[in-house]
Design a protein around this ligand. Sequence first.
Ligand code: PEP
Ligand code: MG
Length: 595
Amino acid sequence: MQRSPRRAARPQQILTGVPAAPGIVIGPAYVYTAGALSVEPHPIPASRVEEEVQRFLAAVDQTKDQIRQIRRQVEDQIDLAHGAIFESHLRVLEDPLLIDHTVDEIRRDRLNAEFVFHRNLQKIGTLLAKIRDQHFRERDADLFDVGKGVAHNLMGQVRQHFANLQRDVVVVAHELSPTDTAQMGQSSILGFVCATGGPTSHTAIMAKALELPAVLGIGDECDTIAAGDLVVVDGNEGRVIVNPSAENLALYRRARMRVVRSRRDMAKLRDLPAETTDGYRITVAANIELPQEVDQVIANGAQGVGLFRTEFLFLNATVAPDEETQTRVYSDVARRLRPRPVIFRTIDLGGDKFLSAPSVGEELNPFLGLRAIRLCLDQRDVFMTQLRAILRASARGAVHVMLPLISSIEEVREARAMFDQARTDLLSEGVPIAEQVPFGIMIETPSAALTADALAREVDFFSIGTNDLIQYTLAVDRVNEKVAHLYQPLHPAVLRLMRVSVEAAHREGIWCGVCGEMAADPDMTPILLGMGVDELSMSAPAIPRVKQAIRRLSLAECQQIYEDIAAKVTVRETRGAVKRQTRRLARESQPRVRP
Ligand code: PEP
Ligand code: MG
């Protein structure tokens, strides 16, 4: 820990740089000096050259292990995507041109490994500097980050860390590498400023991910900041005020309060329950297709993921992703959402989601063909791999599994047997998995809805996939624009099938959600609530409006609206009734919360 030296008040200094990560923080400067290493050449006697080569290769391996450790730490703290930043670091050390070249030159020039390696990195750096693209120029910093790691290991030095800081500080450095920044997440650092670095540097990316306000690229003036100077970091404007005047300090303190307050208000709105005016609560969850959407899920106040369409991993692949790859992705999603639950839907390939792997070949009627659960029961090794990966992810969060396109009880039983087998195998292999992994199905076919009573005795939950339920009930291809006018969510047949599914679920003591597009339409909210649905799952951006609709309604009026609509026999009548209700509710609505 640095001491703030006692000194006469220093004059205010305003520095400008690149606004790399937003926010305003105020704190004493901690000057980070683990900068460039001086790497001098010295000759190696011929008899010790091979020893020098081995010393170099051992340092490269040691650095790779350290990078992998940092990557895991970033994956745990942030996510897989930010962990992947360190992939490029590893690639540098796996580049045969660089490594083999260095080995050859150590032998040829009989010079120390530190110097030869550094010289080669500088050559690559000079080439990168000639490329005008900022992205490439900024990769130069990654290169030297790696170089520094190897040099430290060769010299037996330990890199300076932030872990032992004992009070909130602003880090001031000439240069910060992604490796340095990655260590900041676990310490008491408020934000940082740096002489070098641009807006797309990995250091900037890490700062945003860690939500640390940062200003980069200030230039050499940055080096004039002394330990203990009071520093304001304005990451919104890219401004750094060193030893601010009393007026500026007051101004920035007020601005900081505003930032904190507005964040609090947003959070308040986001965290309001999905509760009707008469106190009935329903679960509002999100549908996602990519792991990157998790942040959006949380930001929009979803109580979990009601549908994770796992197909994305398969759609662009030529071979099905292996168990390790799937486990990594599912575990990452489960961990980031924890304690919120996530429902992994097993692959729903076929239909309109064509695939590279596994292949089903041409079909005349793909929507009625080897799709979803049918494909999985046909290609059991692919299905088993996915079930094992989902179960393995259950050790990292509240994982559920859900089968798509069920049309018979036999399918559920077959899939359940495989699921139980996967669980038994993993336990006997000593792989940690959760004790409970709820097992549910989608209600997407009329046959599933009409046998919902029997199905409900086999599973832990239902989720109605209205997108498919509508197409299979009305025999209307969901992607064919020529029959789009016949695709009617409010068709009485659809509403009745939904209702019997909800009732059957409740009779057997399980819950029933809706995860098709109908759940995302606030005009449908009163009908779904009135029908007794327990969970609405939709794309994350749709959540605030649906939540607002729920908070404006009473369960009693929803039940009334539903009964009114359920009594109609034509689409024209049901649609008319919904339109009237929507207009009435819009007139009467009094939002309970104004953001
Ligand atoms: C549905 O059919 O309503 C559903 C949610 O699944 P998908 O849209 O992925 O077929
Ligand atoms: Mg579907």
